[in-house]
Design a protein around this ligand. Structure first.
Ligand code: IPD
Ligand code: CA
Ligand code: CA
Length: 267
């Protein structure tokens, strides 16, 4: 099996295990605080993915959320794993969480896989091959005006309520769009933009394992993504993220945010 087929089989198997799992009392821990959880299932799923990948491709490097990165082994291939994106949802709702696996060859996107575990929907994309939900091609929305756009953000507190230089611009954006939604899962929210179910995505904090699989799916579906200042979204460091169904909509949002940054909070 090639890397894509190996990853697909591992993600589906991980999802089948998670669907049956229930986080037991005593197997949920706080990381940086009570809004940042990890469970035994996160750790076991990441170990399951890591061992499946490394047994098939021992020279590959792995960057995952719950364990230290494995060093590059010479193939030039790096995997980004989020065993459960949306752990809080996993614990509290047992839905709206994903297994996210992205793969890059020599820094170039190879493929991304995001499994919406409880819906049993697999988003996937190979570089240059378009994006799919299961076997059906997906595409971003054609909406080109803010008043008809839906904005999704995984963290309402950080995006709109905490002080930061771009807050005023984002609050104004929230008033300009049709509505704001929050699922609490970076990967699934980016896939919602890829599938035309939302037009905009903003996150103040996102890590490589949160967005590196879904960004490939979004790009293949026709969307675009950047840091909140318009710079290219880094692949190997955390960043704020802005994504949109089209370049013109992205540029419009960036212009609005930066105008508001200088006039209201930095001025
Ligand atoms: C988190 C989720 C959440 C987002 C956080 C992420 P985790 O990932 O995607 O929606 O707001 O920034 O860290 O911890 O559930 O894998
Ligand atoms: Ca995550
Ligand atoms: Ca996670």
């Amino acid at each position: 099996m090639d890397r894509f087929d190996t990853a697909r089989a591992l993600v589906l198997a991980a999802g089948a295990r998670l669907r049956l799992a229930r986080p037991e009392a005593g197997a949920v821990w706080e990381k940086t605080g009570h809004q940042d959880l990890v469970t035994r299932c996160d750790r076991e799923t990441e170990q399951f993915l890591r061992s499946g990948i490394l047994s098939a491709f021992p020279g590959d490097a792995i960057v995952g959320e719950e364990y230290p990165a494995t060093p590059p082994g010479g193939t030039g291939c790096v995997w980004y794993l989020d065993p459960i994106d949306g752990t809080t949802n996993f614990v509290s709702q047992h839905r709206n969480y994903a297994v996210s696996v992205g793969c890059y060859q020599d820094g170039v996107p190879a493929f991304g896989l995001v499994l919406d575990v409880e819906r049993g929907a697999l988003y996937s994309a190979r570089h240059g091959g378009g994006a799919l939900r299961d076997e059906t091609p997906i595409h971003v929305s054609h909406c080109g005006v803010l008043r008809d756009a839906l904005l999704t953000t995984p963290g309402v507190l950080h995006t709109f309520l905490r002080e930061h230089p771009r807050r005023a611009g984002l609050v104004e954006l929230a008033g300009a769009v049709r509505g704001v939604r929050s699922m609490g899962c970076v990967a699934l929210e980016l896939c919602a933009v890829a599938a035309g179910e939302a037009e905009l995505f903003v996150a103040l904090r996102s890590c490589p394992w949160d967005h590196n699989a879904a960004r490939i799916i979004l790009a293949e579906a026709g969307g675009c993504i950047c840091a909140l200042d318009g710079a290219p979204l880094p692949k190997d460091t955390g960043s704020a993220v802005l994504a949109a169904c089209s370049r013109p909509l992205l540029e419009q949002v960036l212009a609005g945010i930066s105008a508001n940054t200088s006039s209201r909070e930095n001025g």
